[in-house]
Ligand binder design. Sequence first.
Ligand code: CA
Length: 502
Amino acid sequence: MLYVKVASNDNVAIAIKDLKKGTDVGDGIILNEDIPQAHKLALVDIKKGDPVIRYNVLLGYANEDIKKGDWINEFKITLPTPPSLDDMEYATNINYPLPKPLRTTFLGYEVEGNPYAGTRNILAIHTTVQCVTGVLNVAIKRIKEELLPKYKNVDNVVAINHAYGCGVAINAREAKVPIRILHNLVYNPNFGGEVMVVSLGCEKLTVDKLIDPIYNTKENVIVLQEKKGFDDMIRSIMSMAEEKLKKLNKRQRKELPLSKLCIGMQCGGSDAFSGVSANPSAGYASDMLVNAGATVMFSEVTEVRDGVHYIASRCVNKDVRDKLAKEMAWYDKYLLEGDVDRSANPTPGNKKGGLSNIVEKAMGSIAKSGHAPIVDVLSPGERPTKSGLIYAATPASDIVCGPCQLASGITLEVFMTGRGTPYNLAASPVIKVCSRNELKDMWQDLIDINAGPVATGEMTIAEKGSELFKYIIDCASGKIKSKAESYNLANDLCIFNPAPIT
Ligand code: CA
């Protein structure tokens, strides 16, 4: 077969490779023009104004007459209005049978007082304000060279640098978002419950706003304005870091039930295969993890907005459905204030990869959440109080979603890509799953799992999902490093700040 049709009612399908004009793709369809890999071809004649259907979902309306065998790109489809958020049906689709977990335990680092365990043992040095970043970075370099090699049980030292903290409207309504994210990052299980903060001394985001006041002691907090110059600053940071490293070095991995594992799912650089191969495989692994008691988060508001009614039908009760609607409405308003809407989401790369609009991208994106019921919905950076599949509302931007999920407590992220991105987080391993064989061939040493064989029909979603499940457990257990992790790749932590800068 030269194309993939997802659902029986679909009137379009995607090309599994670059196809030439005149190719007979079967079922009496002869291509009227060249169709690039992952792009859509019309399976039937579609009249102007008629629906274009993929995933059994309305992608939009044809804005010209389309002939069987034509190439359908973003210019030929008009976006439909987004689904209403009022009175969405809930709990109508919560009994889907989930796959039996292949394993039920992992090796993690327990953290006192935290329901989740770490997958890595990291010293995180938090900051209240960007002003301290330069000094901290010099100190971190020396800590890594001079101290870290002495503490073999500690994986890394990571600066939680960010652009927030001062010159901001700290009392603005939405300032709670960046503050919550930075506050909750402190308690990520990968940081072992050790608290270390470098502050300046005159910033708006005070230490007591960043951490719970009980931790605001001279054992945990350095104020640069109280130090006698640069040397004293570096000496103080290194000496506190060494005390923390001594404690972290005593942590040991233990065999723990998967209920102690909390991971995130994200995608970036998606293409039209993402929703056929990589994301459904991730969804299968997610279902298996959830069935074993683990917590899995998926996010990216603009990428679920058009499929929100499918998500609502999987919410376990009215409260969860209402929280979902509230987060979506907040984001609609946030976009509206910038005079844009969800159509601002697909990137030029997404479109080159065959994704015509946000509806098509959303349907692929949602597939990574599998079929499990949704037990809770979180605001950006909120920490979970329930186990299972959780919708953690965040922007879809890779480098903004990642820090939000870390703040919500994920200790590992699974990242699906079709076009390719070397994205990684310093504070947790990121496992890359690609949607097509060509990307794996190009990026052998950056892609962990290739879901391409699912797109070509050589493997099933269950087989690939099982492979990913085992890889997640091995990576969480420290038996393997993810590819990006092994090179120490790390993107900046871009903290979501919808509030004004002054
Ligand atoms: Ca993303």
